[in-house]
Write a protein that binds this ligand. Structure first.
Ligand code: ADP
Length: 637
């Protein structure tokens, strides 16, 4: 009894176990080829022909299932298992409802022949679905891991490599997904730099960016590495995750950018210096850069390279440029401006100040202009520099005048030489000629007369020589003045006596104006006499009717802003007179109004040199041609 109960309990327990695990047990009677339930309720009904079963099996799995049954039926297999899909939709209408089934079967033998096949059927659909889900999830994570944009490796808690993703394999120079001999044998805790920073017992997060060199793998890269140990909820270390990012290129780029920055800075510095130099140079040369933009209808003036100091509309140019008669160029329309700008040009002319408006006066400018076109050949405007050339023009003008003067002076000198030959030859001829006939003259009166002629010519020659010597000593910038005290009234009287002899023309009267009986003053009397003689000699040459009057008086004058006592001498004649134009020039050397009249053009210039050397003044007063003239000199005494 005890035994029977035990067997019953055991069967009961087995039934319960089969129920809990959702298993059916079936039997295939091989003699009748029919199927019936041993435990549970099979899905396709009890006691049906095996052929009916086959219709519920997925066509792809049917062949396998038949083989599985056949091998058990013919004794090939004593036990076997089979997996197949089973259609739970027994109606045969609509879509099939496939379930994953697992059947484990054993053959029951009688007299050495299989008579029944006992099989358990387990519906694995749910388990399979979960398996598939897990598989999909892990595949997804695997893909993410494999295709991550940074290198990832997982290590066991004791530091052995489990897996590396594609980027990590690339960084570490190994191709195979199955790992690398070097890295699978290298322990994380032994590798530099982890050997120094990671604790084997309880590794912490670690981050570094450094040059990583692994000669065995031909690795030489700058890496940003981080180590992240993964602990479970109980604080047990599960994996160590190592991520690596190859920053070699970024680093090179950074270095390049840095180098570029330095270069840029140097270039900026150079530009700044260049601009400062340019600005200094342009200021020094009174130059300024300018630019015209036709689109914006503006002209801009710069100080340096890009600081606009003044700008205005192009129509304003009419109010700046002037034509030859210093009138504003009203015709400067937009179309003429455009036409002018088409070609490079250098303009020199006058205009009103545009940038510095300190003065309103016209200024000379030189403008260099370079046209600016776009790539389609459309005129955009022009740019260039303009320069104030007032100084240059002034100097040029001065130079022109001086050249003219030098030319005139050269011409005058040549004329002087020609005159001189004539001037010297005339008295010499007279002296030589009359000396020759002197001895042959019978009467002493005739001899007396000829001797007087010889004497006059000697005087003339002497005076000429004196003038030339004085003029050449003046040429070397030297005139000696030797004032001594004299009675000027007396010496004036004596001088007039000899001068009166020179006035020989019948219609000309010699007049003397001596206001003092005595006049004691300190002067260079010889020089003053020379001046008066020159005045009178000239007057004799140019006066043919009327009188020649010489005189003097005491007169105060101004020297260097101070009042001074002085002597005024003059020679008044009723001769040819001097035209206003000639008045300014007759005191220059070699100047003669009429080249055909006897004379060298030296006399008056010597007189002027004397007056200047004494800080005095000299001049002529004449109302013009035929009106006579007064030559005068004032010197301080
Ligand atoms: P020159 O030896 O030729 O007379 P000067 O220097 O003495 O040289 O005179 C310069 C010029 O001034 C003369 O050539 C003459 O044309 C003019 N001149 C000088 N004195 C008189 C005068 N009294 N009346 C008219 N012209 C004069």
């Amino acid at each position: 009894m005890m035994n029977t109960k035990h067997i019953f309990d055991e069967q009961q327990a087995m039934m319960m176990a089969l129920d809990i695990s959702g298993n059916h047990v079936m039997c295939l009677d091989l003699q009748q080829n029919r199927v019936f339930d041993l435990h549970g309720k099979a899905m396709f009904g009890n006691n049906v022909g095996i052929e009916v079963c086959y219709t519920y099996i997925h066509p792809d799995d049917c062949e396998g299932f038949r083989t599985f049954i056949r091998r058990l039926s013919d004794g090939t297999d004593k036990e076997a298992e089979c997996r197949y899909r089973w259609d739970y939709n027994y109606t045969g209408k609509g879509e099939p409802d496939w379930h994953d089934m697992h059947t484990y079967a054993i053959a029951e033998y009688e007299d050495g022949k299989p008579v029944n096949i006992i099989a358990t059927l387990t519906d694995e659909t749910e388990t399979k679905r979960k398996e598939r889900e897990v598989e999909q999830v892990s595949e997804r994570y695997r893909t993410i891991f494999e295709n991550s944009i940074i290198g990832l490796s997982f290590y066991t808690p004791d530091g052995w490599l489990i897996d590396s993703n594609r980027i990590m394999r690339k960084i570490c120079n190994f191709d195979s997904e199955d790992g690398d001999e070097f890295f699978s044998k290298a322990n994380l805790f032994d590798m530099s730099p982890f050997n120094e920073v990671l604790s084997r017992e309880h590794p912490d997060d670690y981050w570094a960016c450094s040059l990583s060199i692994v000669p065995e793998r031909n690795m030489h890269v700058y890496l940003e590495i981080s180590v992240h140990p993964i602990y479970d909820d109980n604080g047990k270390l599960m994996y160590i995750c190592v991520s690596a990012n190859d920053v070699t290129e970024e680093r090179n780029m950074y270095l390049q950018v840095k180098e570029n920055d330095v270069q840029m800075q140097q270039v900026n510095e150079a530009i700044k210096n260049y601009e400062a130099e340019l600005r200094y140079m342009m200021d020094f040369l009174q130059m300024q850069a300018w630019r015209i933009s036709l689109d914006r209808d503006v002209i801009e003036f710069y100080s340096g390279l890009n600081t606009v100091v003044r700008s205005f509309g192009l129509q304003q140019l009419q109010k700046i440029f002037v034509d030859q008669e210093n009138k504003f160029v009203k015709s400067l329309s937009m179309s003429t401006i455009k036409e002018t700008l088409r070609k490079p040009l250098v303009y020199v002319g006058q205009m009103y100040p545009v940038v510095t408006q300190s003065s309103k006066e016209l200024q000379w400018v030189q403008i260099n202009c370079i046209p600016e076109y776009d790539k389609n050949g459309r005129l955009l405007g022009a740019f260039g520099v303009w320069r104030n050339i007032n100084d240059l023009m002034r100097k040029q003008d001065q130079l022109r005048k001086e050249t003219l003067r030098a030319k005139e002076s050269g011409e005058k000198k040549a004329l002087f030489l020609a005159n001189m030959t004539h001037e010297i030859r005339t008295p010499i001829n007279a002296i030589v000629g009359f000396s020759e006939i002197l001895v042959s003259l019978p009467s002493s009166e005739e001899k007396q007369e000829v001797m007087q002629i010889i004497k006059n010519n000697c005087d003339m020659l002497l005076r000429l020589m004196n003038d030339i010597l004085t003029a050449s000593s003046l040429e070397s910038g030297h005139m000696s003045i030797e004032p001594v005290e004299v009675d000027f009234s007396k010496s004036f009287n004596e001088l007039c006596e000899s001068l009166s002899l020179r006035v020989q023309e019948p219609g000309v009267e010699f007049r003397k104006d001596n206001p003092c009986d005595t006049l004691r003053i300190k002067i260079d009397a010889d020089r003053v006499s020379q001046v008066i003689t020159n005045f009178v000699t000239n007057a004799v040459k140019y006066t043919h009717q009327g009188y020649i009057k010489v005189g003097y008086r005491k007169e105060t004058g101004v020297v260097d802003g101070r009042q001074r006592e002085g002597l005024y001498v003059y020679c008044e004649d009723t001769g040819e007179g001097v035209s206003p134009e000639a008045q300014g020039k007759i005191f220059e050397r070699f100047y003669k109004v009429n080249d055909f009249v006897q004379g060298t053009g030296l006399g008056l210039s010597i007189c002027k040199a004397f007056a200047d050397a004494c800080h005095g003044q000299i001049g002529v007063v004449s109302e013009g041609k035929g009106k006579g003239s007064v030559f005068w000199m004032w010197i301080p005494v």
